[in-house]
Design a protein around this ligand. Structure first.
Ligand code: DX5
Ligand code: ZN
Length: 216
């Protein structure tokens, strides 16, 4: 599954953007929250998440690039998040944060940034529904994919077993998506690889094309 990262969408026409993505066949939206502290960039918070929630029934996959995510889980839930992924680098007790997310009925994910070793998620890997492997340094859309990070994805698959969904985020596009899937990724987050196109359906089709061909 390809999830459009909404960081680069036209926020002045948000409802229209969401309708275009629905028509293009996307099945969930990826929403990046950045606090200017955990990453050197600001994006948006609950108000915009809630605006997306009002525009669509598509599941909202919320990626928190922020310090202290445990203090805001309830608010993101109320805003309309269906899954919440927090960064392992941003919390003291990841297992407790996962429990908090699960208690509110949401799917829980843990994200691992470019420079963080796989061992950092060893304890929480069996507790989460999703593991998000950054294929860039978190913080900005439009960066180049770092292929070396796919080895980490493979190591995480071995560590976590078949349970959690593996997600890749950063620099995923028509040129890099196949490597991600070969390495075991199941959900691919794509920002500029969707929004630089005028035709989102065509962008979606091109991204999925290698896998449709495989199925005959
Ligand atoms: C960056 C975000 C990504 C970003 C992806 O830290 O987590 O979701 O929007 O954008 P592209 O696909 O352009 O790298
Ligand atoms: Zn993201």
């Amino acid at each position: 599954m390809v999830l459009p990262s909404m960081l680069l969408c036209d926020f002045a026409n948000l409802a229209q953007e969401v309708k275009r993505l629905e028509s293009a066949g996307f099945k969930a939206l990826h929403l990046d929250v950045m606090d200017g502290v955990f990453v050197p960039n600001f994006s948006y918070g609950m108000t915009i998440i809630n605006a997306f929630h009002q525009c669509t029934d598509l599941p909202l996959d919320v990626h928190l690039m922020m310090e202290g995510p445990e203090n805001y889980i309830q608010q993101f839930h109320q805003a309309g998040a269906d899954s919440i992924t927090f960064h392992i680098e941003a919390v003291e007790d990841a297992v407790a944060v996962v429990q908090q997310i699960h208690e509110l009925g949401m799917a829980a994910g843990v994200a691992i940034d470019r420079d963080t070793p796989v061992s950092a998620i060893a304890e929480v890997a069996s507790q989460v529904d999703l593991i998000l492997v950054m294929t860039i340094k978190a913080g900005f859309g439009g960066q180049s994919f770092i292929p070396e990070l796919l080895e980490k994805l493979q190591a995480i698959r071995e560590l976590a077993g078949e349970g959690p969904i593996l997600q890749v985020d950063g620099g995923v596009n028509v040129g890099t998506i196949s490597q991600c899937v070969e390495a075991g990724a199941e959900w691919m987050v794509v920002g500029s690889g969707v929004f630089k196109h005028d035709d989102y359906e065509e962008a979606h089709r091109q991204l999925l094309q290698p896998f449709c061909a495989e199925q005959g």
